[in-house]
Ligand binder design. Sequence first.
Ligand SMILES: Cc1cc2nc3c(=O)[nH]c(=O)nc-3n(C[C@H](O)[C@H](O)[C@H](O)COP(=O)(O)OP(=O)(O)OC[C@H]3O[C@@H](n4cnc5c(N)ncnc54)[C@H](O)[C@@H]3O)c2cc1C
Length: 458
Amino acid sequence: MDGASVADLGKRLHGSLVTPGDPGYDEARALYNGMFDPRPAAIARCVDPEDVRAAVAFVRGTEVDLAVRGGGHSGAGLGSVDGGLVADLSPMRDVRVDDAGIVHAAGGALLRDIDAATHAAGGAVPVGILGTTGIGGLALGGGVGNLTRTLGLTIDSLVGADVVLADGSSVRTDEDHEPDLFWALRGGGGNFGVVTSFRFRMHPVTSVVAGPMLWPIDQTPEVLSAYREFIGAAPDELGGYFVVLVVPPVPPFPEELQLTKVCGVIWCFAGPQDRAGEALAPMRAVGKVALDGVTAMPLTALQSVFDPLFPPGDQWYWRTGFVREIHDEAVAVHAEFGARIPTPKSSMHLYPVDGAAARVRPEDTAWAYRDARWCQVILGVDPDAANTELVRSWAVGYSDAIRPHTMGGGYVNMMMAEGDALDRVHGSYRGNWDRLVRVKRAYDPENLFHVNQNIPPG
Ligand SMILES: Cc1cc2nc3c(=O)[nH]c(=O)nc-3n(C[C@H](O)[C@H](O)[C@H](O)COP(=O)(O)OP(=O)(O)OC[C@H]3O[C@@H](n4cnc5c(N)ncnc54)[C@H](O)[C@@H]3O)c2cc1C
């Protein structure tokens, strides 16, 4: 990048341009996943769509890589790029709810911004489980969380978006305008443009009965076998993801449980509160529950409960897969690797994606795994970079052992850059791949947006 054109970009931005040597450069380039430490040549801190257009114009027709950063949470470090330009949307966090109950969220908003604004307006959008994640990456990849069984994926509530395209234009897309683009945005990641504003339908959920129900790790076979049958037969209003984890060493967890390995379910019941006890009774009767923390709470309390435990900068190694059935052999693998969790922050989650999410057809959005019943993620996590190999080898071993019991492919938002890029991304889209490639060719034929789980134009 030549200095004069970088300086010119800086002058054109309404926001600021941060380059190496500037005060704040290290802070501006830091990613959530401490495993990645890229040094971009410049960071355009965008405050409006015009700034985003200026960043896109800057790289168009050049060899300069453009990374688009929303919340910076990408497990694969895709919110930045070595030596390139970052269009950093983090200053664009405005969220408002209009009179028709449509949530307008700027492209750099965090989930906690959306949770707060919708809660104040008497509702919710189904998003992910951590408030610090960006809506940009999360929504474009699909979005699973506490309310997926009840309300569907995040993309199932998306009704429109404003997008800056590779040719520098801005378009408004929804079911009736640029419908191919709207289809591709719902699961296809950041491949098609930069979303400067999302529009979501809000749902009338404000309070839930929720929290962890935990058992000692040696009860994993019994608990997981019961859970796999139970959750599939439960009404949509009950969600709950299965976990193996280490009890955090903080209150309100009882001291005798802290730092012990457990299995369990993080429940979220969004129906009438007086029915929650009856709905959960069969699981309470399984084995010997070590901790039952399920209680009535505002949805925002559940949505933010894990935020303090996972500050930015930890090392995260991710492996993902989709699951249709949890056979006994798979239960045994979870029991084995659950007992060998290497560090206190490492875990495995099985998010149910049946219920409301499964009533959308695979071809209706780019998200292709509507027949999966769970989205599985194995997370090797530790604050200390010296433990990177420890968490990586556990996650890889676990993932390799469980792979024969998964459907192939994986959730693009929970992937590292492992293996062959084309195979990895292709496997995530199955029958939707050809249409995604056609839409990519139409909207980004030069692959300007390639710092992502990339769908090449051909
Ligand atoms: C701690 C943690 C918890 C998580 N929990 C969940 C969860 O509960 N459910 C779930 O579904 N996922 C979850 N994820 C995964 C998460 O969805 C992805 O990491 C997602 O990409 C994060 O989005 P971001 O905007 O924060 O990331 P970034 O790193 O900023 O961006 C990720 C990708 O999205 C693109 N992108 C971001 N914003 C835009 C935009 N406005 N326009 C176009 N492209 C954009 C980027 O270019 C990049 O390719 C979690 C991740 C972490 C680290």
